[in-house]
Design a protein around this ligand. Structure first.
Ligand SMILES: [Zn+2]
Length: 557
């Protein structure tokens, strides 16, 4: 597919061509990866709003508009922040970077060398790390290449700070927070009444009580009193002081919500939600900046699930041959091009333009369902399912009038060459021409799952549904990782549609040129027909399974 494409006006029918037209706009570099809390995301939602306005849908946001605003603040570390060691003072952004902690922090302590992050055969014990400033080297490929297994003890969890050495500092990033009092109050009350769950495993991370600092080799040398190359595991360094100042500002963030009114006077007071997430992860701060086709070649061979790849070993000699063959073939088509924008063409540009296309088909086509439809573009899924959390906590229609949520997140891939995930046993899953994953479709309503099957069987080319990722206790925990989870927690039946993972997942290579537009159009037609069927039923889809005991309980797949 081309790198750039400008289509003409879209037509009422759901077509691959329209999806292509829309996605080349929505995942273009000019929107800079649509990160929630940035002006880029505001421009992305302005595009969606202009489209639903043209379609004549009814506004269902705040104050008669299509926008539903959320309270979001963004923290950043100021350049007044310092690390002092060995008589030298180092400054934030020039000598070190870190994610802003919730408030100003000052930490003094002795320094210890912790070896290479992720080398679990040669690491400090918790006794050695507790209360110390631990200096570690990054694993090959950077911090992102290591994740501790879920539930395993982290010996660095009691460290005062974790300091990772990098020859090139990543770009400083802001830390956004959704300030949702309904959520915070609900969570606190639930935790108070369920102390044993509150104590269950947290989210892991690198430890260091929230201070994870990346520093230049010069800072590391001052901390250790010697170069990192000359340090051995457990070597004591000097005492040091880390003084972090945080600035907090408002960061405008909004959902887009639009209604197609139902035709039945009574049933139109009930709603079927069709949703996607409007945001992605923005501009990568990784340094050095990667070359697009080199990364593409590497990931296609050696990191086949993109950022979801767990602890991939270094490529073998044979794999390097394949990586270089792919890279060289691409080099004949394109000159080297540095790329720092995570365009999110599939994630979730595909879902965002799909529901625009579905909305256009309902607004301008012959099918007019009895119940009303809510189209929602949820902002901040990548930050922790914000948009759906906000909408379900602050619904703009009565919450119990919502009969189902159909969520589209990553519906643009699923080719035979894509590794779409792993089953619970750890075996790789692959796409196919008729490939579609369904997640959660029978977790609250057997009837809803059955409807999806029967509507699918009447499609011109039915999909083969892959339910592998929906297994109870699946380690990838997909059921809890997209916006439908916030509807399900309130007992609203959901279906999560996705063509699954791939090597471009959360990479700068997730671009419109790699999307399967025909496949995506067929997914959208299926969702259109399922939505019509659910919206026209003479009863609400029956909830016959157990609801979560609280909307504020931790999601459990
Ligand atoms: Zn997504």
């Amino acid at each position: 597919m081309p790198l750039k494409y400008h289509g003409g006006p879209t037509v009422p029918a759901i077509t691959p061509c329209d999806l292509m037209t829309r996605l080349y706009i929505y995942a273009d570099d000019s929107l800079r990866g649509r990160e929630a809390g940035t002006p880029d995301a505001m421009r992305a939602t302005a595009y969606i709003e202009s489209q639903v306005r043209q379609l004549g849908l009814r506004p269902a946001g705040d104050h008669g508009s299509y926008f539903q605003n959320m309270s979001v603040t963004a923290r950043s570390v100021t350049t007044a922040s310092t690390i002092t060691a060995n008589g030298k003072t180092f400054r934030a952004d020039r000598d070190f970077v870190l994610s802003a902690p919730p408030a100003d922090r000052k930490v003094s302590g002795t320094v210890i060398f912790g070896g290479t992050l992720g080398d679990t055969t040669n690491e400090l014990t918790a006794d050695h790390a507790n209360g110390k400033i631990v200096v570690v080297m990054a694993p090959a490929g950077g911090q992102g290449f290591f994740r501790r297994a879920p539930g395993s003890a982290n010996p660095l969890s009691g460290a005062a700070a974790i300091v990772t050495v990098a020859t090139t500092l990543p770009k400083p990033r802001f830390q956004p927070t959704l300030n949702d009092t309904v959520q915070n109050t609900g969570r606190a009350a639930y935790a108070a009444s369920h102390p044993q769950e509150a104590n269950a495993r947290g989210r892991g991370g690198f430890g260091g009580a929230g201070l994870n600092i990346t520093v230049t080799p010069q800072v590391a040398s001052a901390l250790l009193g010697k170069s990192v190359e000359g340090a051995a595991l457990g070597d004591a360094g000097r005492s040091a002081t880390i003084n972090i100042h945080v600035r907090t500002v408002a960061a405008p963030t909004r959902n887009v919500v639009a209604i197609l009114p139902g035709t039945d006077p009574t049933l139109s007071k009930q709603y079927v939600v069709i949703g996607a997430h409007a945001d992605h992860i923005g501009v990568s701060g990784a340094r050095p900046v990667v070359e697009h086709d080199s990364l593409k070649a590497y990931n296609e061979v050696a990191r086949v699930e993109g950022a979801d790849t767990r602890n991939a070993p270094a490529p073998t000699a044979e794999q390097w041959v394949r990586i270089n063959t792919i890279k060289d073939s691409l080099r004949k088509i394109y000159p080297p091009r540095l790329d720092s924008i995570s365009n999110g063409a599939d994630d979730d540009g595909s879902g965002s333009v799909s529901i625009l296309e579905i909305a256009q088909a309902f607004a301008q086509g012959p099918v007019k369902p009895k119940r009303s439809l809510i189209f929602i573009w949820q902002m901040g899924e990548e930050k922790g399912l914000w948009g759906s959390e906000w909408f379900t906590n602050h619904p703009t229609v009565p919450r119990d009038s919502i009969v189902a949520d159909l969520n589209l997140d990553m519906v643009g891939r699923g080719a035979a060459t894509d590794i779409t995930g792993k089953n619970k046993a750890g075996e790789e899953l692959k796409g196919a021409n008729n490939y579609l994953q369904l997640v959660g479709s029978r977790r609250l309503s057997t009837e809803l799952g059955d409807i999806a099957e029967s509507v699918n069987s009447s499609q011109p080319t039915p999909f083969t549904f892959d339910y592998s990722m929906d297994a109870n206790g699946h380690p990838q925990n997909i059921y809890c990782r997209s916006d439908h989870a916030n509807y399900a927690r309130y007992g609203i039946p959901v279906i999560f549609f996705t063509t699954g993972g791939h090597a471009d997942y959360h990479q700068v290579t997730d671009e419109p040129q790699y999307i399967q537009y025909d496949h995506m159009a067929r997914v959208d037609k299926l969702v259109f027909d399922i939505a019509t069927h659910v919206a026209d039923l003479d009863h609400r889809v029956v909830v016959d399974k157990t609801k979560p005991d609280s909307p504020f309980a931790r999601c459990q797949q």
